[in-house]
Ligand binder design. Structure first.
Ligand SMILES: *[C@@H]1O[C@H](CO)[C@@H](O)[C@H](O)[C@H]1NC(C)=O
Ligand SMILES: *[C@@H]1O[C@H](CO)[C@@H](O)[C@H](O)[C@H]1NC(C)=O
Length: 374
């Protein structure tokens, strides 16, 4: 930290005012240094996580849909990003940072995870990680197809393109090392269950029993996990699906006049999550050296939603944007009235948590699971 300043030769030769200036400068320097290296987790000295690569949906997307005018799953306009670097709508589906950013920050890698599909992406970002997630995507190929967003196979294609660019930038050997030690994060399934299965019911006709649809989602997921394993991925964190029946939009659509919790959706989510956990165990068994880790966000998020007051929130069943009962993406726009203080809300819009909730969620999750990858 003393790189930034010259240590004075002797304190006795200093006048009181320059001593005071020295102390102030010292404190500021310490604050800057601490802020820049705020890595909450400490890795063992022989372990390195050089990068984070994210595949997923709007929980993780940091702006990949911004230039895709075909989709409504876009939010690069106010009030999204209200608290992002003083109010920049970047395409993140929240008021501030999303889990992709919080994870790289927590690991001390960088402050934000840039969207890969950005013409202004700095080449220097490749070696420390990018985000392939696209709001509206799912494990079921039909989910992204119906929302005109980047499907899982599309995200895989971008990953392969990324590998080519990484090789050109850092060489074959270093690329191998990065691909092997990167932390891969996969967060999908919410749109399959809430939209494709229960809202539009496209798949309900085909799979009247949800359990069969969950198997279908998992076969697509497994193919994907094997593909990235084949490209060199080893440390793969797969988030389970959150308690969708508690989301404000689902309560409005399926919860009747009292906006009750939608039990059948939560039951479906739990069926899927149980199967996902077993599937990952079996893949770990079959694929040598793989560390595919089932990450439970369902229960910690459920606890925040149900016991919102314990966490310091005042509202747990409505979003901050508009009436909070239905507004998301297009319906949450610059003309929509906002709540006066989003720090009092669990949800930012009717589908996505506030940055404050994401922070409370992600830090303990990293603390709990990180050692499983090392
Ligand atoms: C790091 O060191 C620990 C303790 O010596 C060892 O058990 C572990 O296997 C090492 N990890 C790697 C990736 O080398
Ligand atoms: C749905 O399928 C599962 C697994 O095959 C079965 O255990 C369950 O009883 C079925 N549910 C209904 C309502 O048929």
């Amino acid at each position: 930290m003393f790189l930034f300043m010259k240590f004075p030769p002797s304190f006795s030769s200093l006048s009181p005012s320059s001593l005071f200036r020295f102390i102030v400068l010292f404190i500021i320097t310490v604050l800057i240094v601490c802020e820049k290296t705020r890595a909450v987790v400490k890795l063992p000295p022989n372990v390195s996580v050089p990068a984070v690569l994210v595949f997923g949906d709007s929980i993780m997307d940091t702006g990949n849909n911004n230039n895709n005018l075909a989709t409504t799953a876009r939010c690069n306009y106010p009030p999204y990003g209200k608290d992002f670097k003083g109010g920049i709508p970047t395409g993140r589906f929240s008021n501030g940072k999303v889990p992709s950013d919080l994870i790289v920050e927590e690991l001390g890698i960088k402050e934000f995870l840039p969207p890969y599909v950005d013409s202004k992406l700095e080449p220097g970002e490749l070696a420390t990680g990018v985000c392939f997630a696209s709001g509206g995507a799912g494990y079921d190929p039909f989910t992204a197809q119906s929302s005109f967003t980047i499907s899982l196979s599309g995200q895989l294609g971008l990953f392969r393109e990324y590998i080519g660019k990484l090789k050109a930038a850092v060489g074959e050997e270093r690329t191998k090392f990065i691909l092997k030690n990167t932390l891969y994060i996969v967060v999908l399934g919410s749109n399959d269950i809430s939209n494709t299965y229960f809202l539009t019911r496209v798949r309900q006709l085909q799979y009247p029993n949800f359990s069969a649809y969950a198997d279908f989602m998992l076969s697509s997921a497994s193919t994907f996990f094997k593909e990235i394993y084949g490209e060199g991925a080893r440390r793969i964190a797969v988030f389970n699906v959150p308690p969708l029946g508690y989301l404000p939009s689902q309560r409005t659509i399926g919860g009747g006049i009292r906006r009750d919790v939608v039990v059948k959706i939560n039951d479906a989510v739990q069926i899927f999550n149980t199967k996902l956990s077993k599937q990952l165990e079996s893949l770990n068994h079959d694929l040598p050296d793989s560390r595919m880790v089932y990450v439970d966000v369902y229960n910690p998020l459920l606890d925040i939603i149900v016991n919102y007051q314990k966490y310091g929130y005042k509202v747990g069943d409505r979003g901050c944007c508009g009436t909070g009962t239905i507004e998301v993406v297009l319906l949450c726009n610059r003309f929509t009235p906002l709540c006066s203080n989003d720090l009092e809300y669990v949800f930012w819009d009717s589908f996505h948590p506030t940055e404050s909730v994401y922070k409370k969620l992600i830090s303990p999750v990293i603390g709990k699971y990180l050692n499983k990858f090392l």
